[in-house]
Design a binder for this molecule. Structure first.
Ligand code: HEC
Ligand code: HEC
Length: 263
């Protein structure tokens, strides 16, 4: 809210706006642009996904006999012990040490604690969830799973490998809360006044490609554009109050089960 990014592409022609464009994609590596004042507060979800997810998985249960998402650990009773494991690793096992600051380590401990509360919501009926997804929920009017559905919204075939159940649930009931940089939508206004809204696939100094709301690929030279605006509001309707608690739980369980690959 209130953070509309408007880029006038006319400025691109002057070669001035490229760093601004890159600065939009948070965490997308790249430029950085403006000065950073002080260290940013640790982002626990991101620390987890960048350092732990590859072994422990989005639900914390991917290592055999280890379940990080249930608030109980075999090797640690207190938060301080969990923190020590994260910082120093566990000798002679696959658990490596991590070069975190104290606040970072603590925020990851809290993140593991909060996973425990959320994992309650993954106990639904995934096959009922699938029928909601493919049917009454109308999800396939925008989303695609394993080749079925639309390309207007992001493909969800691997969503269970990428996102925690809690984040998936939040996407459904509060789509504006967090939008991944890869899922950003833009509004383009051409010099002759036509407006195109769509999911941004690619952009560089010379051209922009989007998938528009009719699933058409639109490729446009930037020279033809008057305006290029990131849309911060999600194009996805909120399902808050539109699904029963059980249906929501079932739907989340279905999405959590989507890990990509043949199945
Ligand atoms: C390279 C793979 C790998 C990475 C990366 C990794 N872990 Fe582990 N972790 C393991 C393995 C394997 C174990 C099981 C060790 C054992 O007890 O045999 C483990 C054990 C643990 C335990 C102890 C669990 C218990 O029940 O006592 C905690 C806590 C833990 N990891 C947290 C983390 C966190 C948090 C991160 C990220 C900051 C992380 N791990 C990154 C592989 C990994
Ligand atoms: C009118 C189009 C539309 C419909 C209908 C729709 N979505 Fe979405 N959805 C989107 C768009 C656009 C995004 C990407 C922007 C965002 O994250 O909000 C998205 C994002 C998501 C995400 C997050 C994806 C990610 O990569 O993190 C999930 C999960 C999701 N939708 C699930 C659903 C489910 C389940 C339904 C049906 C109950 C549904 N959507 C219906 C358009 C739609």
């Amino acid at each position: 809210m209130g953070r509309g990014h408007v880029l006038i592409l006319a400025a691109l022609a002057l070669g001035a706006a490229t760093p601004v464009l890159f600065a939009q994609g948070r965490g997308g590596g790249g430029g950085g642009g403006g000065p950073i004042i002080g260290p940013p507060p640790p982002n626990a979800a991101r620390l987890y996904s960048e350092n732990c997810l590859q072994c422990h998985g989005p639900e914390g249960d991917a290592v055999a006999d280890v379940d990080l998402g249930h608030g109980q650990f075999r090797r640690a009773k207190t938060d301080a012990e969990v923190e020590r494991i994260i910082l120093h690793g566990i000798d002679n096992t696959g658990m490596p040490p991590h070069n975190f600051t104290e606040p970072e380590a603590l925020s990851v401990v809290n993140y593991l604690r909060s996973m425990a509360d959320r994992n309650a919501s993954t106990k639904g009926n995934a096959s009922h969830g699938e029928s909601i997804f493919m049917g009454a929920g109308n999800c396939t009017t925008c989303h695609r799973v394993n080749g079925k559905g639309s390309r207007v919204g992001p493909d969800l075939s691997e969503i269970g490998r990428l996102r925690h159940s809690n984040e998936i649930e939040q996407s459904i009931v509060d789509p504006d809360a967090q939008i991944l940089p890869s899922n950003r939508y833009v509004r383009l206004v051409t010099k002759d006044g036509a407006t195109i809204a769509g999911r941004l696939l690619n952009h560089d100094t010379f051209s922009v490609q989007v998938i528009d709301m009719k699933e058409q690929l639109v490729s446009m030279p930037t020279a033809n554009l008057r305006e290029f605006t990131f849309i911060d509001k999600s194009q996805m309707p909120s399902y808050k109050g539109k699904l029963s608690t059980q249906d929501l739980t079932d739907l989340v369980s279905y999405l959590v089960s989507l890990k990509g690959g043949p199945q």
